[in-house]
Design a protein around this ligand. Structure first.
Ligand code: ATP
Ligand code: ZN
Length: 293
């Protein structure tokens, strides 16, 4: 068990109790080596092997808990932090929970441009973000705050349009709505309190973030191995968008070499074809657990 200087004051992290972010957040925490007991049933969860305590709450409450210093860190959508206007520091985006907050209106209706929202009723769970976007465009609308099932408001004739979170757009389509304007792009983020933290906690946060960073880097990378004729090695080195110089090792067959390297995942398929054309054979790609550069 790792302990801070001010032992007994665990790093307290707020995460969503039961929603879209919960499993992904826990998977990430477990991916950096933290172990927890069954998280589905608890409100507070002590990590078994790191000085961390999780508080499982509604995502809407996370920025405020972090702002007030009840929790030191929080994992929450940027959309929620921006809407609540909490005084916190965003430390790191996490590549999941990716979505956008968009204005949408009934398809083929009267609302087509931003100006058409003038004097209309807009239903949303994000009144602050919606209002400030419209203000920026000099549009005055009547914003009605509702907490769920926003997408059915136009059909119920409670509103003319909506401003809601979209990821695939299928929900909008299913409700006869058309996405007209993206007002905020969001992903899950780690936020930190702006309250003063003890040196022990600061150290712990640094260590925690280093692990997260190593994990994210690893997730975005793949370890690739291949064999190639020695004569092809210079050409192969040119193709590989490697983090560092690749490892080149001799093989039993003196004319051949093994080449190992790490590449960004999005490059793999493009690079693989080029490597094959350059003479590489037996190309193997492996996931990486963690990496420290
Ligand atoms: P809670 O009970 O914690 O208040 P919730 O219903 O507000 O939950 P979820 O639907 O679980 O929240 O969404 C949590 C977060 O997931 C959102 O705030 C947003 O950051 C992200 N998200 C990603 N894609 C979508 C989407 N298509 N619709 C809604 N949220 C999404
Ligand atoms: Zn919520």
């Amino acid at each position: 068990m790792e302990r801070t200087a001010d032992s007994g004051t665990s790093l307290r992290i707020a995460i969503q109790k039961d929603g879209r972010l919960t499993d992904k957040t826990i998977n990430l925490l477990e991916g950096i080596g933290l172990r927890f007991d069954d998280y589905k049933r608890s409100l507070m969860l002590q990590c078994r092997n790191f000085d961390v305590e999780l508080l499982l709450i509604r995502d809407d409450d996370i920025p405020e808990y972090v702002q007030d210093g009840v929790c030191d860190l929080g994992f929450v959508g940027g959309n929620v932090t921006a809407e609540t206007q909490a005084d916190v520091t965003v430390l790191q985006g996490l590549d999941f929970g990716i979505c956008r907050l968009s204005l949408a209106a009934p398809k083929d209706g009267k609302i087509q441009t931003i100006q058409d929202f003038q004097d209309k009723i807009i239903a949303t769970s994000y009144p602050n973000l919606t209002r400030s976007f419209l203000e920026k465009h000099n549009v005055e609308a009547n914003i009605v705050t509702i907490s769920g099932a926003v997408e059915i408001a136009p059909r119920l004739q409670v509103a003319d349009a909506i401003c809601d979170l979209v990821s695939t757009g299928n929900t909008l389509k299913a409700n006869g709505l058309e996405e007209l304007e993206i007002i905020f792009e969001s992903e899950t983020e780690i936020i930190q309190t702006n309250k003063t933290l003890s040196p022990g906690k600061q150290k712990l946060i640094k260590k925690f973030l280093q692990r997260i960073d190593g994990h994210l880097q690893a997730e975005r990378s793949r370890y690739i191995m291949m064999n190639a004729p020695k004569s092809a090695v210079p050409e192969i080195k040119k193709i590989i968008p490697s983090l560092k110089s690749p490892t080149v090792m001799p093989l039993a067959d003196e004319d051949m070499a093994a080449i190992h390297t790490v590449i960004p995942i999005e490059e793999f398929w493009v690079v693989m074809e080029e490597l094959k054309a350059a003479g590489a054979t037996g190309i193997v790609m492996l996931p990486i657990e963690s990496m420290i550069l």
